[in-house]
Design a protein around this ligand. Structure first.
Ligand code: ZN
Ligand code: FE
Length: 253
């Protein structure tokens, strides 16, 4: 049976999402920014929390883990990390995990933090990317290097076009404002801007989005495209350097 998901806001601009296996009833929360909205989502769906899958150590992704673990006695899976150790099982790239009968795998996606991982559920065509890839943006490079972040984004860009991704924050509208300064004539980006304005006006989330659509519109995934390099005055330069420049411009935007 196919996975079900339930997306809901936490804190000021975080997303949390539940993934549920209808066959077994198993339900995982992807990160836990705070306990109360997760509990409200469990009440609304009638699902029982069995697992928490942590993407990285930041408090806006982990602050609710302890309380939920205590209340639901759920399993906590997370990256090998020296900053967040409250996990029952660590997982590395190449390893798989089960949420009921659903099978996920992990990609190590350092850059935003060194411990950042992403969860990929291939059969269900769903992935959870935390603060690595945002729609029309990417996470700030806080602990790693820009080259490391670019390499992580390449791993995510290589996922199937039809795969839907969930990310950790509702930043899309602000990201689009910046992306239009890099690629004002990108038709896919202009179309996404219209779509996102309509979604936000209706009070709806702008994710999930697909990897395929994102590749067309997100300049951070397009640093190896000649027109993008030229747009930042770096024609012919290595993609990692072009990415570094785009990320630096976004930081100042
Ligand atoms: Zn973060
Ligand atoms: Fe975050």
């Amino acid at each position: 049976m196919a996975a079900k998901t339930h997306l809901f806001p936490c804190l000021s601009d975080n997303f949390c999402v539940l993934i549920h296996d209808p066959a077994t009833g198993a339900t995982a929360s992807i990160d836990a920014p705070e306990a109360a909205p997760v509990e409200a989502a469990l009440k609304e769906t009638g699902w029982k929390l069995t697992d928490i899958l942590v993407t990285h150590h930041h408090a806006d992704h982990t602050a609710g883990v302890g309380e939920l673990k205590q209340k639901y006695n759920c399993r906590v899976v997370g990256p090998v990390s020296d900053k967040f150790r409250a996990v029952d099982e660590t997982i590395r790239e190449g390893q798989t995990l089960k949420v009921g009968n659903l099978t996920g795998r992990v990609l190590e996606t350092p850059g935003h933090t060194l411990d950042h991982i992403s969860y990929i559920f291939d059969a269900d065509k769903i992935c959870f990317l935390g603060d690595t890839l945002f729609s029309i943006g990417c996470g700030r490079v806080i602990e790693g290097t820009p080259a490391q972040m670019w390499n992580s984004l390449l791993k995510l860009r290589a996922l199937p076009d039809g795969m839907q991704f969930f990310c950790g924050h509702e930043y899309t509208q602000a990201n689009i404002k910046f992306a239009l300064t890099i690629e004002p004539d990108n038709k896919a980006l202009v179309a996404r801007a219209k779509e996102v304005d309509a979604l936000r006006a209706a009070g709806k989330p702008t994710i999930p989005a697909t990897i395929g659509a994102e590749k067309e519109a997100n300049c951070f995934l397009r640093a190896d495209i000649a027109s993008v390099a030229a747009a930042v005055g770096m024609a012919g330069k290595p993609a990692a350097d072009v990415f570094t420049e785009i990320r630096a411009r976004k930081n100042k935007f």
